[in-house]
Design a protein around this ligand. Structure first.
Ligand code: PHE
Length: 497
């Protein structure tokens, strides 16, 4: 790679710029919308414990690997994987890891943007005092009015995608760096204010107990939204491995791993910095924010005596209800949704970056960065329409049944649970819990077993020996075995749940 190509694709102006951008990517709806609702659904402390173990043995080594691969390849994930594979005398088919990641990024951003749009709408709802002194039904009506009308949701989704595309189109330094430089500090300040507020509430202790006291029965046995165990016909509790799988998927999702976002950010990083240090900074910031988000949200939930297991609507139903019943609720509620919006925005940017980098590198003659960003933005916007309708209540059955009827096929049975699933949930589940872990697995297998070891040594020259040894040990044996074990167990042992 010559100097001209390097400068045309850009480099971070400082190490701090990389950290801010990677932290901006990592901290997102995953931390403040998803983490609290899955913790609520899967029983609190024990789930968090398993999640933290995965962050350590999976998230951290995979992030180091992605940064290393990106910095070595210095191209989009597709180009990087292909170049590195060919350098090592391996098949160029490794580039499909990049393609698979781009696909995951498209799918994730398509629904991410719809949630981001909802969040934007809620900034205004909260700001106008719409939640004040509302009943549970009143709050539900506010949500229904928003998501029940696809054109409203579509409008918000459009605004969110436009905002995201503008930043990506302006490029690394003018777009991304400038945006995250004020977004990230603002996010931390908002979060600390909210945690301070939560500490003053009477439900704080209960929240701490819920978040930090591990109760493994709650992890392994199915519960309803109030945390009561679901029983089978014989009155037995029902075993489930799903929460463990979700905890693993979330360790990828929350750190933006397995799809090339961190890889492409790594490709703009210079060789003078330690990959381990960068990783440590990003992983710690992300984890601290997730825990703080829990500490900001659950005290509200418990103070208002609401159920923590509401699922994805925790943020849009439970929380507004709680804010509405509290002094200063309108103000703090607005801050909260603003925080969520900032977090979502900087992550959305990174979800687009691999594809934009690929298009403007592969078809440089036809697409400059701005054009590439515009086209990718339009494609993802279109895909997002699926999630718009799904959020409004469209299920898999609603889509497949007419097609099957139209094809003239009779007697197909649509009663299975699969068909009643919401497409939105399917995309979320499949990307986070299946695609990202598989993508990450492919990357570490490549780095551990296929890449030239001189290349790795060159990239890892800055690191301490024990770090390199530890990392190698993890990506060769521990991490892949952990990922495969979770998959295997979920598929074979607990298919029923
Ligand atoms: N890490 C982001 C979050 O927690 C989501 C994300 C996933 C961003 C994958 C980029 C790539 O919300």
């Amino acid at each position: 790679m010559n100097a001209a190509t390097l400068s045309s694709r850009g480099q971070w102006s400082t190490h701090m710029a990389f950290i801010l951008a990677a932290v901006g990517s990592a901290i997102g709806l995953g931390n403040i919308w998803k983490f609290p609702f899955i913790v609520g659904m899967y029983g609190g402390g024990a789930f968090i414990l398993v999640y933290l173990v995965f962050i350590l043995i999976i998230g951290t080594p995979v992030m180091m690997t992605e940064i290393m691969l990106g910095r070595r390849g210095r191209q989009s994930p597709v180009g990087t994987m292909q170049t590195l594979a060919m350098q090592a005398g391996r098949s160029a088919a490794w580039r499909y890891v990049g393609w698979f990641g781009m696909l995951a990024g498209f799918l994730i951003l398509s629904y991410y943007s719809v949630v981001g749009g909802e969040v934007m709408a809620y900034v205004f709802r909260a700001g106008s005092g719409a939640f004040e002194n509302q009943t549970a039904d009143g709050i539900r009506a506010i949500l229904t009015r928003l998501i029940g009308e696809p054109e409203k949701l579509l409008a918000w989704h459009t605004i969110f995608m436009v905002l995201t595309t503008i930043v990506v189109a302006r490029g690394l330094r003018l777009g991304l760096e400038r945006t995250v430089r004020w977004l990230m500090p603002a996010l931390f300040v908002l979060l600390l204010i909210l945690v301070g507020y939560a500490m003053s509430l009477k439900g704080f202790d209960q929240a701490v107990d819920f978040l930090f006291r591990p109760d493994f029965d709650r992890l392994f046995y199915l519960q309803d939204s109030h945390g009561r165990f679901v029983l089978d016909d014989e009155g037995q509790r029902i075993f489930t491995w799903t929460p463990v799988m979700v905890a693993m998927g979330h360790s990828f999702f929350t750190l933006s791993l397995g799809m090339g976002a961190i890889m492409v950010y790594g490709s703009y990083l210079n060789r003078e910095v330690s990959i381990f240090r960068m990783t440590l900074a990003v992983v710690s910031a992300d984890t601290v924010v997730a825990i703080l988000a829990g500490l900001a949200i659950f005290p509200l939930v418990f103070t208002a005596e609401l159920a923590p297991g509401e699922g994805p609507d925790l943020i849009f139903l439970t929380l507004p209800l709680a804010f509405g019943s509290m002094p200063g609720g309108a103000f703090f509620g607005t801050l909260f949704f603003l925080l969520l919006l900032f977090a979502a925005w900087s992550s959305a940017i990174s979800l687009m970056e691999p594809a934009v980098a690929w298009l403007s590198e592969r078809h440089a003659a036809r697409f400059d960065r701005a054009a590439a960003a515009t086209w990718i933005g339009i494609l993802i916007w279109l895909l997002g329409i699926v999630s718009v309708f799904a959020t409004s209540g469209t299920t898999l059955r609603d889509v497949i049944e007419p097609v099957v009827k139209w094809l003239g096929i009779d007697g197909m049975d649509f009663d299975s649970r699969v068909f009643s699933l919401n497409l939105f949930n399917i995309i979320d589940f499949a990307t986070a819990n299946i695609m990202l872990p598989l993508g990450g697995l492919a990357m570490i297998v490549f780095a551990a077993w296929f890449m030239r070891s001189e290349s790795i040594q060159a990239e890892m020259a800055m690191e301490r020996t024990v770090v390199v040894r530890g990392w190698r040990l993890l990506i060769r044996y521990v991490t892949p075995v952990a990922i495969l074990f979770v998959f295997f167990y979920r598929l074979v042992v607990s298919v029923q749940a």
